[in-house]
Design a protein around this ligand. Sequence first.
Ligand code: BEZ
Length: 196
Amino acid sequence: MMSADTRQLNAMQKLPETGDDIWLFGYGSLIYKVDFPYLERRPAKIFNWQRRFWQGSHDHRGTPEAPGRVATLIETPGASCEGMAYRVSPSVFTQLDYREKNGYLRVNTELHFADNQVSTGLTYIATADNSAYLGPASEQDIAKHIARSKGASGENSEYLLQLAQSLRQLKIEDPHVFAIENWLTKLTTQHSTLST
Ligand code: BEZ
């Protein structure tokens, strides 16, 4: 099993020489938390992957004892995932390798833009062989899990709700994310009704 700290593995991967910018595909917190410089950003789609809340978070949205649930990409022939692509300088990856060190590896991917233009790029994925991986659960159970989790970056529910809100603004349909959001809203409404 791969360690949950992926910094060393990512550092071993070759990036283009400084000066050659690279497209980075974001499908999770990179959509709404942009704390790195970029040259350009464009909505983009990748094929044969889908966004799933199947990765455990030991750092940002949970702890090693009580991990949160965050997004990863699951290889799924025929599926697609829409997100935001950023054209960045290779140095940005050093910063992101640290920010996303909890199980995420950089992989090459083909990005499809709205005007049918295609570029190669990189994205971060957490595969089933990292020790923080949690795997599938029903959307209702994922919502329950998210509702009770928090970590150094804040409430796990904030991550899910911010992502859902950003996807809506971008007019991106994602039944998995929106189903979790619905369950989460029900849970929190029930909870606040019970406690008044
Ligand atoms: C993303 O938003 O694409 C992302 C963020 C953190 C880790 C992996 C991916």
